[in-house]
Design a protein around this ligand. Structure first.
Ligand SMILES: NC(=O)c1ccc[n+]([C@@H]2O[C@H](COP(=O)([O-])OP(=O)(O)OC[C@H]3O[C@@H](n4cnc5c(N)ncnc54)[C@H](OP(=O)(O)O)[C@@H]3O)[C@@H](O)[C@H]2O)c1
Length: 310
């Protein structure tokens, strides 16, 4: 794997974000926390959204110490409940009438089988459906920016599984936590592809990001045997692409891991472009065809809209 060379702070060097508003979900840990710091350091008003109040406050204090004068706000958000998502969207719209960047970053990985308050499987409910509804509700504020970006955190792990249009709730299959994570990360890409197509005329562009393999708390549900399994998947994936890989997982640090999502949020190189899968601060072609198919993206949007409204 090619390691991202830049850190998130290096990505914003020379970029001024004063007067811009950036909303970051899952800003209390890992990649979200680093992204929030970099965006705030560049002068943006950063709205940090997450479910752990204490961790959010600690992040705000850390950002204030790291970037004196940083402008931050916090909003409670639990993506496993559409009621909480709607309350968060309302709170955000009361804080600001304009959003320049919506970074849909929060996520869980390889959780045991569970359901969200609305009956979605936990991984796709948290990683996709919660963010789908949040994004939908914030379209007026994004459109008000005139030039806004939606950044969905996906993963190279999207190759572990596709979305299942016929069984989105895992009612007819035996649960597989790897496939379920893959499906949720595929959903993040399909969402970006269709959001970009639907919203670009309003000045809103959307991107999906693979941040690399980053040492964060995301692996909290993983056992030792899960790591072995993942190494096998990584080796098989590389072999399928004709690339050498001995199954070694090449971890990077959160400040470097956050570089691509911050680049997606601010880089002038992406002006006038969207619906793209990004990796290593560049457009990447290592994305599975099923995740960027425009018709599937449109169908997945329609299904997501229906499931979030029932
Ligand atoms: N780390 C990697 O190697 C890697 C690779 C590819 C993709 N990604 C993607 O990067 C994103 C960020 O992950 P990370 O590595 O930074 O992991 P992390 O350190 O575990 O951070 C995840 C964040 O999401 C929040 N979150 C989880 N469930 C939530 C919920 N129901 N409602 C609101 N917030 C919730 C967490 O808050 P709590 O502390 O309250 O749970 C935390 O702030 C994820 O979407 C992940 O899939 C990461």
């Amino acid at each position: 794997m090619t390691v991202t060379r830049k850190s998130a702070l290096q990505v914003v060097e020379g970029i001024g974000l004063a007067g811009k508003v950036c909303v970051v979900t899952g800003a209390s840990s890992g990649l979200g926390r680093e992204s929030a710091r970099a965006l705030a350091a560049a002068g943006a008003h950063v709205v940090l959204a997450a479910r752990n109040h204490e961790a959010l406050n600690q992040t705000v204090e850390w950002i204030a110490a790291e970037a004196p004068g940083a402008l931050t706000s916090t909003v409670p958000l639990d993506l496993t409940s559409l009621a909480s998502v709607r309350a968060a969207a309302k709170a955000i719209s009361e804080l600001t009438s304009v959003i320049h960047v919506l970074m849909n970053n929060a996520g869980v990985m390889f959780t045991p089988f569970g359901r969200t308050a609305d009956g979605f499987e936990t991984q796709i409910g948290t990683n996709h459906f919660g963010h789908f509804e949040l994004t939908r509700l914030l379209i007026p504020e994004l459109a008000a920016a005139g030039d806004a970006r939606i950044v969905n955190l996906s993963s190279g792990g999207h190759v572990l599984g596709d979305v299942d249009f016929d069984d989105p709730h895992w009612e007819r299959r035996e649960y597989d936590k790897f496939v379920a994570y893959g499906a949720s990360k595929t959903a993040n890409i399909l969402h970006a592809v269709e959001a970009d197509r639907r919203l670009r005329d309003m000045g809103i562009r959307a991107y999906a990001v693979h941040p690399g393999t980053v040492a964060t708390s995301l692996a909290r549900y993983m056992s030792r045997s899960d790591f072995s399994q993942l190494r096998k998947y990584a080796a098989a994936g590389s072999a399928a692409r004709g690339q050498p890989n001995d199954g070694y997982l090449d971890f990077t640090s959160p400040d470097h891991g956050a570089a691509t999502q911050v680049w997606a949020a601010v880089s002038p190189e992406l002006a006038g472009r969207g619906g793209l899968y990004l990796e290593n601060c560049a457009v990447s072609d290592t994305v599975a065809p099923y995740a960027v198919d425009q018709q599937r993206a449109a169908d997945w949007w329609a299904l997501s809209e229906r499931l979030c409204s029932t």
